[in-house]
Design a binder for this molecule. Sequence first.
Ligand code: BTN
Length: 254
Amino acid sequence: MPDTRLSVASIAAALGPLAPRFDVDVVAEVESTNSLLLARAESSPSGAVLVGERQTAGRGRMGRRWHAEPDASLTFSLLYKLPRGAVPSGLSLAVGVAIAEALRELGVAGVALKWPNDILRDGRKLGGVLIELAGSAAVIGIGLNLRLPADLPDDVKAVAAALDVDLERNEFLARLLAALHGVLEAFGAGGFAALRDRWLRLNAYAGAPVRVISEFAVPVEGICMGVDVDGALLLETAVCVQRIVSGDVSLRPA
Ligand code: BTN
């Protein structure tokens, strides 16, 4: 991906008619775009976007750190104020649909989704989504690897993927925001149920044996049967089809 600076004007130009739907801010360095946008959530409009060239304390799910080299990644957060009556269940899956479909449209091969929030390329992690709520405001944080640094340790290299597409970063971000706009309109009107079929088409582990590890329960193993209308994972175990609402999924070796 050509290494141009991110700029508000270039992102607006690339967004074209959708530009008024977003209020974009680009900062050179920030602890975490999610943390700062959360702090600004009350005073910011839905559609506020914070892009960080560099995050010094990027955060991932389940209290993990999110490491991203400047120039080698795209890290941004989008504020989405849920319409009255809407519930956030399945929002991270809906966001995954937007990102994965946009990447496929850009010609990126091998893109799929791993429940609940990983974007995979050829089975390796290309990016992740971290959603944090403040009342009816959701901060949607997205981190994507544009390139893999050459000095990455082997164990990380084995599970990480990068885009390596020839697209200018402002243009790329605008394409992602446009896709998010469409998906969030559908989500606001019909919840995750309106996007479930699209998620199922992108499910990396459809019909595969998986193990689910969660912070609060013993690990469960079963066959990945997809997701329910609220985004819960459907896992066929030896005894029943179990609904799982949080956890980490990994492929179980055959
Ligand atoms: C995960 O896979 O655990 C989710 C990673 C989400 C990382 C993004 S980068 C932009 C935003 N700001 C953060 O601190 N985290 C999210």
